[in-house]
Unconditional design. Structure first.
Length: 360
């Protein structure tokens, strides 16, 4: 440590030690200063009375008036921050958590104001998280419900028979719906870092084929994009990886749903899977033929409730939650999701680390 640093540290310690007697940094010291100033003024006026022709009772009146004025001035400085915090607390009671107190003090009231603002920020974050959780649940449950509804309506309308294969498809959608309820409730624990991750070794082709099959099944009354062709490319076909299968299903379902929505008429969505650079790692891509994502929006699309230039131009941009949820699930694996360069359309790339690289 340099001499300058040591001197500055010593000065800071000395200044902190003088805080109890600094009227600008201590309410107690300010009240003590008020009493001292009042006594000094009264003593001065009495001294003047003894050395002049002014009556003592007149001096007493002036002393009382001066003390009252000083007391009023100090009291106003102490009470004004409390009044502002009271107004802010009432606003928060009505649901306005964006309200903050604004005053610059170095005393205990300043510390109270800073603590109040931190509390308001925490409450605002909790309220925002609660609203986002409800929106996430609504967004995530829509796809399996639409798929299940499509299967049941086809059976009721006689389009398909209630054979075992159709019922198995409906059962898979129901199981998927039940799993989503459990997994989306984990969002409430996301900020606390206690979201569970159940990674295991699995075969990539059957898993992704199931995702595409469910995406095709969901093309019913709730989806108008029955013209988009879904293509799966896994190389090698026997590729295996190590990850949480349900979370990965969640990621791919969101990416495919997003790609289908932005595909042109009779477009093509390609899902590719390749081995990762780490053992049991995985590289995934979802490529569409839509308008793509402007470079300025490529980081923003993964934020919750974000809307790209395409969405702002009038096209369906969704709720802005699908890609945010996908990034959340990928982050749980310690992986990465990003918008990759593509000569046409949009290409989403997901990198999962595989064995030995998953977070605890």
């Amino acid at each position: 440590m340099s001499v300058g640093d040591g001197g500055r540290t010593l000065w800071e310690r000395a200044w902190e030690g003088l805080r109890p007697i600094d009227p600008y940094r201590s309410v107690k010291a300010a009240l003590g200063a008020l009493v001292i100033i009042s006594v000094i003024i009264t003593t001065f006026l009495i001294f003047v009375a003894f050395h002049s022709a002014i009556e003592l009772r007149v001096i007493a009146i002036f002393a009382v008036i001066a003390s009252l004025l000083i007391t009023q001035f100090v009291a106003h400085g102490l009470v004004a921050p409390l009044d502002e915090m009271t107004d802010a607390a009432r606003s928060m009671a009505r649901g306005d958590y964006a309200r903050r107190v604004r005053f610059d003090r170095r005393d205990e009231l300043g510390e109270l104001g800073a603590t109040f603002n931190r509390m308001a920020a925490d409450l605002e974050a909790v309220d925002r998280h609660r609203k986002e959780l409800v929106a996430n649940v609504s967004h995530e449950l829509r796809t399996p419900i639409a798929g299940l509804r499509a299967v049941l309506e086809n059976v009721v309308d006689g389009v398909s028979d209630a054979d075992p294969e159709t019922m198995r498809t409906a059962l898979r959608q129901t199981e998927r719906l039940s799993g989503l309820v459990e997994h989306l409730l984990d969002l409430s624990r996301l900020d606390h870092g206690v979201v569970p991750l159940h990674a295991r070794r699995f075969e990539v082709w059957p898993n992704l084929a199931n995702v595409l099959r469910e995406a095709n099944t969901a093309k019913g009354p709730a989806h108008s994009r029955t013209d988009v062709h879904l293509h799966l490319d896994v190389s090698p076909p026997e590729l295996t990886a190590h990850a949480d299968v349900e979370r990965l299903h969640q990621v791919m379902a969101n990416l495919i749903d997003n790609a289908v929505k932005h595909s042109p008429p009779h477009g093509r969505v390609t899902v590719r899977a390749r081995p990762g650079s780490q053992p049991q790692g995985l590289e995934l891509e979802v490529q569409d033929e839509g308008p793509g994502i402007p470079e300025c929006d490529r980081d923003l699309v993964f934020e919750r409730f974000s809307r790209t230039a395409t969405a702002k131009a009038g096209q369906d941009g969704g709720t802005g939650l699908g890609l945010a949820i996908a990034r959340w699930a990928v982050d749980l694996h310690g992986g990465r999701i990003r918008v990759a360069e593509s000569p046409r359309g949009c290409r989403m790339r997901v990198t999962l680390p595989g064995l030995g690289r998953l977070p605890d």
